[in-house]
Design a protein around this ligand. Structure first.
Ligand SMILES: [Zn+2]
Ligand SMILES: [Zn+2]
Length: 104
């Protein structure tokens, strides 16, 4: 008989946001992310926001500290693969200036 591999993802709600570790609310910009990061990413791109990091652009982003450094949070959003269709062109300057960090 044929064996079918089963993936045991209980529920999307059990997934954690790849940016901050909060509970995800659904697919946003290509990824399962939490509501907070969805809103943050959207505001950043729509308003063409520029952030600067007061540290070494290596701030730890988690649920409790995600508001501390929007620069590093946005880097992490990009790094984990969040993308807004059609904005790469419009906001190319934003992305060109982005410094990608390595997530270990
Ligand atoms: Zn998040
Ligand atoms: Zn930072």
């Amino acid at each position: 008989s044929l064996q079918v591999m089963e993936y045991t993802y209980d529920d999307d709600l059990e997934e954690l946001c790849p940016v901050c570790g909060d509970k995800v609310s659904g697919y946003h910009y290509g990824l399962l992310t939490c509501e907070s990061c969805k809103g943050f990413f959207k505001r950043t791109v729509q308003n063409n926001k520029r952030y600067t990091c007061a540290e070494n652009q290596e701030c730890k982003i988690d649920k409790t500290q995600r508001k501390r450094c929007p620069f590093c949070r946005f880097q992490k959003c990009l790094n984990v693969g969040m993308r807004l269709e059609g904005t790469l062109q419009t906001h190319s300057a934003l992305f060109r200036n982005a410094t990608f960090i390595t997530i270990k």
